[in-house]
Design a binder for this molecule. Structure first.
Ligand SMILES: [Zn+2]
Length: 215
């Protein structure tokens, strides 16, 4: 009950401090609909809030959050493709000009997958096992390429490889690839370090993440 009371307190604070002074903004958004220019695909992790990281307000970002900020490849219809549906709507419905895949340090899902917790014989929940197996190839590559690395370093490698893998999977959707080729859509990889607040951007030519704080 105490937790719900906190949520209610938070709502009242939002209504007084954020909604009331910006009532016109909300009214305009309600009347004219949303027209965000950017989709962000982030992790469910409570510490990585895309609107906070990008200083965004209502109507600015079309945000999808899932475990480990993963994008699956384009697969045949038949299952419930929540992430693919959000990408579909962002691109074909809203016509966003940019998609940002936002990875982060200390990702619990990626750490567990790296540790082998989601192997079929070790459990971890039937849905998350299947979901994290999207990183099966990346996990194998990271482990093979970094013999003797400390677990924290391996985890960072896989967190960043996961972002790159998701960028590749985004391009497997025809409607994404066509717009990228036409220059009407750009896809970006980013990586947020929770402890330092540092945001890094993926440089696809250098094939590495570079801090935006230093730029
Ligand atoms: Zn995460």
């Amino acid at each position: 009950m105490r937790n719900v009371a906190r949520l209610l307190d938070g709502y009242r604070k939002f209504h007084t401090e954020s909604f009331a002074p910006n009532r016109e903004v909300f009214e305009t958004l309600a009347r004219h609909g949303q027209h965000p220019r950017t989709m962000v695909i982030g992790c469910c992790d409570s510490r990585v809030e895309p609107s906070a990281v990008f200083g965004a307000g209502p109507g600015d970002l079309f945000i999808l959050r899932n475990v480990a900020n993963l994008v699956p490849p384009n697969e045949p219809l038949g299952d419930y493709h929540g992430t693919s549906a959000a990408v579909d709507f962002a691109v074909n419905g809203l016509g966003v000009s940019d998609i940002v895949v936002l990875g982060h340090a200390g990702c619990g899902g990626i750490k567990a997958y790296l540790d082998g917790m989601y192997d079929p014989d070790k459990g971890g929940g039937p849905f998350i096992q299947k979901w994290m197996s999207l990183l099966k190839a990346a996990r194998g590559t990271v482990i093979a390429n970094n013999p003797g690395q400390a677990p924290e370093a391996l985890q960072r490698e896989l967190e960043q490889a996961g972002v790159v893998s998701s960028l590749g999977n985004l391009m497997s959707f025809d409607f994404v690839a066509e717009r990228v080729a036409a220059g009407t859509l750009t896809i970006h990889g980013a990586y947020f370090d929770i402890a330092s607040g540092d945001l890094q951007a993926y440089d696809r030519h250098a094939r590495r993440f570079e801090s935006l704080a230093e730029a």
